[in-house]
Design a protein around this ligand. Structure first.
Ligand SMILES: [Zn+2]
Ligand SMILES: [Zn+2]
Ligand SMILES: [Zn+2]
Length: 158
């Protein structure tokens, strides 16, 4: 992940405005809406969800603007893509948040965030033994959340 701009502030909104300027893009209301959405979003929303929700707020927002802004945010390290089991993906806001990894339910796309020092340490050691210098990593565990496991059990019984 490459940062092509200098971070002058810890305020994500200011940094985003600066990023747009560096890219020669206008800080339109629509682009800022996408950032606001990710900033306030507790869940890991897919680009389609984000587009649909933002449409309710501002009908002038275009699908391409939403998708391109998300891509820009991802490229610049603001947002992270989380893959769901079904080939779709969601986004979460990453800037200024501590590192964590994910468990993803393939049935309902629920995402559980976790951080485990032992796993982190083992990954670091593993990289060292391979003389590998890690920059960042993503750890994703796919499976079924508790509720979906229960539903699955009931389903096989009937
Ligand atoms: Zn990790
Ligand atoms: Zn689930
Ligand atoms: Zn997360």
């Amino acid at each position: 992940m490459q940062y092509q701009y200098k971070i002058v502030s810890s305020d994500p909104k200011l940094v985003f405005l600066q990023l747009l300027e560096t890219k020669g893009l206008k800080a339109t209301k629509q682009r800022q809406l996408v950032l606001d959405y990710l900033l306030n979003s507790k869940k890991h929303a897919s680009p389609e969800d984000i587009y649909r929700d933002l449409c309710k707020k501002d009908r002038s927002i275009g699908r391409a603007t939403v998708f391109r802004t998300l891509h820009l945010l991802e490229e610049s390290g603001f947002a992270e893509k989380i893959s769901f089991g079904d080939g779709r993906h969601g986004y979460e806001f990453k800037f200024g948040r501590p590192h964590h990894d994910h468990m993803i339910c393939v049935e309902c796309n629920t995402v559980i965030e976790f951080i485990n020092d032992t796993i982190e340490r083992i990954q670091h050691k593993l990289a060292q033994t391979h003389k590998f210098s890690p920059l960042w990593h993503r750890h994703e565990i796919f499976g079924r959340c508790h509720e979906c496991s229960l539903k699955k059990d009931l389903g096989t019984k009937s």
